[in-house]
Design a protein around this ligand. Structure first.
Ligand code: HXC
Length: 298
């Protein structure tokens, strides 16, 4: 799909994307690159990074892959330094690395719970903390667009509650909280904007492969109603572009939901026609007998 944005909106910018080797992180890296940015992607698996970097370079994007684990502070500081040395600066950090699997609380050990919080929440904090010195630009007090940007990839699971996702829900709730706190603190002190994106179900991502069993995938992808259909990694990348560009320069501390309204929907227990009829019957009854006044007294 073609981008509605001008091809140079990120010209000269350098972006660092954790989890940039696949799924949403890859498409953000690709679209940032296609709009003028140079991109460093970080992930744990060398072969995944290599394939992603080749794909980016084949589209004319300046890209490097740096192997590391966001759970390890020494990895975080090493790869950020390598990216800085390679490109000479760092403007945007995207915290896209995440871990997920389906597990009910009975089957989820405390260590498994901690593992996901370590990747998603502590990882987001660690990367942001280690990137701070690079993201500062000494533009304090000159408006929000002078500092760098942190973009945290979140989710909508924790707005309500999601089956078998207690660990991820807790982790992403912490990510949203980190987004707000850093937006306050680093927005004030360094003009660094910190925002999030909460994607809904997005097709062709590791998340979907883990959360929706293969045998259910064709049923899910067939539903074309806005609130039910699957998003594309492109949708998330476009939101990221908006937030990273000057168009988003006054947006700070927000997590943008990009899900077609999916999180608002709950299973529909009563058919639409039945609701209409039921509602009319109830209205008629209450007109005859206002609440609290027995109809015999009217
Ligand atoms: C129960 C499990 C489990 C499972 C692992 N564990 N898989 N418990 N059910 N299916 C437990 C292990 O037994 C162990 O606990 C603990 O978790 C750590 O497991 P390890 O395998 O040692 O961890 P590690 O090798 O570091 O792998 C981390 C991982 C893995 C999260 C388990 O899946 C991973 O690396 N994921 C990264 C890629 C990924 O998941 N991407 C999808 C992101 S999607 P014990 O107690 O035995 O030691 C996403 C979308 C969110 O984030 C929103 C969706 C709408």
């Amino acid at each position: 799909m073609e981008s509605p944005f001008r091809a140079d909106i990120l010209r000269g910018q350098v972006a660092f994307v954790t989890g940039g080797g696949s799924g949403i992180g890859f498409e953000i890296s690709r679209q940032f690159g296609k709009h003028g940015a140079s991109v460093a992607i970080m992930g744990r698996r060398r072969h995944v990074l290599d394939a992603a970097v080749s794909a980016l370079q084949s589209e004319g994007i300046q890209a490097i892959g740096l192997a590391g684990d966001v759970r390890k502070r020494e990895d975080a500081s090493r790869v950020l330094e390598e990216a800085f040395k390679h490109f000479g600066k760092l403007d945007i950090l995207v915290n896209g690395a995440a871990g997920n699997f389906l597990a009910s609380p009975e089957d989820l050990s405390p260590n498994a719970f901690r593992t996901v919080l370590d990747i998603d929440s502590v990882g987001t904090y660690t990367m942001s903390h280690e990137a701070l010195n690079y993201l500062k630009k000494g533009g304090q007090g000159k408006g929000l667009s002078t500092g760098g940007l942190i973009l945290n990839i979140s989710a909508t699971l924790h707005y309500t509650a999601s089956w078998y996702q207690i660990h991820v829900s807790a982790a992403k709730a912490a990510v949203d909280s980190i987004t707000r706190s850093l937006a306050l603190e680093w927005g004030t002190d360094y003009d660094i904007r910190v925002n999030g994106i909460a994607p809904g179900p997005i097709q062709d991502t590791p998340g979907m492969r883990k959360l929706v069993p293969a045998e259910m995938q064709s049923d899910v992808s067939r539903d074309d109603r806005l609130l039910h259909k699957l998003g594309k990694t492109w949708d998330i990348a476009m939101a990221a572009l908006y937030l990273a560009s000057d168009a988003g320069k006054f947006v700070n501390g927000t997590t943008m939901i990009v899900d077609g309204g999916h999180w608002l929907s709950q299973p529909r227990y009563i058919a639409k026609e039945d609701v209409k009829n039921l509602s009319r019957v109830v209205e008629k009854k209450s007109r005859k007998s206002p609440v609290g006044i027995p109809s015999s007294k009217l």
